[in-house]
Design a protein around this ligand. Structure first.
Ligand SMILES: C[S@@+](CC[C@H](N)C(=O)[O-])C[C@H]1O[C@@H](n2cnc3c(N)ncnc32)[C@H](O)[C@@H]1O
Length: 380
């Protein structure tokens, strides 16, 4: 980063590609939807336990934090409402609660696309449900809701986004754009410290906002290994870094800008998540699990078909998935280069990813924590 450029807060620039077009998050979030489906049994178990411990209140307040836009935002909510309905149906005299649903994301998120689909969403739901949908713009690293107002919090594939790239990283991570195997130890530690600070703030805020006994299911893009530079965590970014470095060496993008570009993400191990939850002290860990999801999931039904085996086919879909997530960050950092440059970045990236997918095991690791707020939590 050049000396005059201030560090950018992620909240000001991060958002997934908006709308419903070819490069939008809405069109390229099958991977994330698969992860939501994979973690459904854990979410359902948490809802069942919530019901057992406190019976559903007349007004059930649930929040999805980092909801983004597109089908996944309301997919989570619809699953949750139907499951509560099923639980209620299992019992005599159980009246469906009124659902107060809060969809949170950063202010740059395309809330309009979600809002436009609310009416058809409500029409598809059983008319016996009363559902009130609210958009809540703001960072989940700060307070978003009144004290003691939420019963259940869900967050999937969002909490690995940090509130900022630590300053030490910008100076010391040239040649890389994330925590790579060639990053200095200081860079890895700085990223970790930022994760500790951010996740600590997140837990502190939710501890105020959830009622006692309230529950959270949090899914991270994470890692199994305790090695912070392990390949499983940052590999997807390492490959993007190869494409960007090629383009910088050919003068297509600015080398200095590339030297100061870093992805504000930390993919924690289960041990690291556990350590922060214990340190903050307000939540008990009900479950802490790890699972894997293949990069090929980005290809959905096409996986393994001829279409997927086309040159760059498999990598093309993964590249689109990452483009939907990272394009606004790239554009904000590299500035005016035009659509052609971004197209070229992701064309090269798709080729690199395809080659790796054909020759290596390529998986994302999910770390899932199911937590409940202790009846007596530490002073806020
Ligand atoms: C990959 S998307 C996941 C969206 C959705 N949960 C899903 O599973 O498809 C991550 C979302 O987290 C949001 N996000 C990142 N940091 C955030 C923060 N500090 N506060 C609120 N949202 C945040 C991003 O803007 C983005 O929309």
């Amino acid at each position: 980063m050049d000396k005059e450029t201030p560090l950018t807060e992620v909240a000001e620039v991060l958002h997934m590609n908006s709308g419903t077009g070819g490069t939008s998050y809405a069109t390229n979030s099958l991977l994330q939807q698969t992860v939501i489906r994979m973690t459904r049994p854990i979410t359902e178990e948490a809802i069942r336990k919530l019901h057992t411990s406190m019976s559903f209140p007349a007004k059930l307040a649930v929040a999805d934090l980092g909801c983004s836009s597109g089908p996944n935002a309301l997919f989570v909510v619809s699953d949750l409402i139907k499951f509560v309905g099923r639980l209620c149906d299992e019992q005599a005299h159980c009246k469906y609660p009124e659902f107060h649903v809060f969809l949170n994301d950063l202010p740059g998120n395309d809330f309009n696309t979600i809002f436009r689909s609310v009416q058809s969403f409500q029409e598809r739901l059983n008319s016996e449900y009363s559902v009130f949908i609210n958009g809540v713009p703001g960072s989940f690293y700060g307070r978003l809701f009144p004290a003691d107002s939420l019963h259940f919090v869900h967050s999937s594939y969002s909490l690995h986004w940090l509130s900022r790239v630590p300053e030490q990283v910008v100076e010391a991570n040239k040649g890389n754009i994330h925590m790579a195997r060639s990053s200095p130890e200081g860079v890895l530690v700085a990223y970790y410290r930022q994760f500790q600070s951010d996740f600590g703030s997140f837990l502190k805020c939710r501890a105020v906002e959830l009622v006692a006994g309230g529950r959270m299911v949090l899914t991270y893009l994470g890692r199994r290994s305790e090695e912070r530079d392990s390949r499983e965590a940052g590999y997807i970014w390492e490959l993007l870094s190869i494409a960007l470095n090629q383009m910088a060496s050919q003068g297509i993008i600015d080398q200095e800008k590339l030297d100061s570009f870093n992805i504000p993400q930390y993919m924690p191990s289960p041990t690291e998540v556990e350590a922060e939850v214990k340190r903050q002290g307000s939540f008990a860990i009900d479950r802490l699990e790890v699972s894997d999801v293949s990069w090929a999931v980005c290809n959905g039904e096409l996986s393994g078909t001829d279409e997927c085996n086309m040159e760059n086919g498999a990598g093309y879909n993964v590249a689109n998935c990452i483009r939907a997530v990272a394009e606004p960050l790239l554009v904000s950092h590299f500035g005016a280069g035009g659509v052609e440059v971004i197209d070229e970045v992701f064309r090269r990236y798709a080729a690199i990813v395809s080659e790796r997918m054909a020759n290596e095991k390529t998986e994302f690791v999910n770390v899932i924590a199911s937590l409940s707020k202790k009846l007596a939590s530490p002073a806020h």
